[in-house]
Design a protein around this ligand. Sequence first.
Ligand code: ADP
Length: 331
Amino acid sequence: MAELVQALPDPALVIGREGGVMLANALAAAVLEANPSGRHLSASLRVPAVLEAVQAVAGGEEAAAVEYEIRVPMPRSFRAHVAPLGRGGAVLLVLRDLTREQQIERMRADFVANASHELRTPLTALSGFLETIQGAARDDEKAQAKFLGLMRSQAERMRRLIDDLLSLSRIEMNEHVKPSGEVDLAQAAAHVRDVLSGMARESGCELALTGEGPLTVPGSRDELVQVIQNLVENAIKYGSSGKRVEMVLGREGGFAEITVRDFGPGIAAEHIPRLTERFYRVNVQESRSRGGTGLGLAIVKHIVNRHRGRLLIASTPGEGSAFTVRLPLKT
Ligand code: ADP
């Protein structure tokens, strides 16, 4: 019996008829307040509902499950399964940690709420413009042309959002699958420079690429181009006041690095750890007015994770920001 309890994958205890702990595995000793062995259960688990259930089952009632939460040392939630063991009044108590499951469930619910809200905003604007075109502006061609232009930009925004949501879900689905191809980061960066030099020029920014290739890493070209492109687009969108955006290639130990640096307003330290959360923006209005979806850096983070790399963010308010992607070089 002791070996069986020890082998269970969850914290498990065998409790005698009077409530004394007869056996407890190492996992139980780790999650309970005190080492439970040889003591009364109430000395290590102060949850009245669980103690009552154990007593009831020891007294002949059927197996039961009780959910409970603890606050210290960290908030965690558990489900306690209480089942009779034989006829002598002994009870098997198995604790299942629900914390992670509930966290994921909450994140999923938040994500659906956020995504719906993000999609509803342009939709509400579209309906409003339609109403105006059919109503107040019915006979005003000039106003109609203006509203149609605005509607187009709202429709574009919905399209961008849906594209980003789909990319994110595709990448998340593959996150645990190692990418199969090989990519020269220098060549990918040169491609991004060519694609975005027009956008940079329109924003009054110089876009420079420095550092020597080739820097070959195992990976998906499309995905790594998307990473560099998202970072450079952000640098132009938010940092164009610095007039210059740099992509710097480098090599450090067994890693290839690309840093995208701008000399714009920078980002206050408290925001930095949260930038890669979906829909997190420092300034929602500013992001929207620049065509942002709040998903760009979440996509970057997932792609970098999939490539077993790291994303490092450094910024000094007033001086600019640097986003570095570090990827293992091909061996
Ligand atoms: P968005 O679509 O809003 O640009 P991202 O996930 O790409 O979403 O970026 C999240 C937020 O991080 C942006 O809204 C912006 O507030 C901030 N940010 C990203 N890059 C920069 C940068 N280079 N300079 C200043 N702020 C930035």
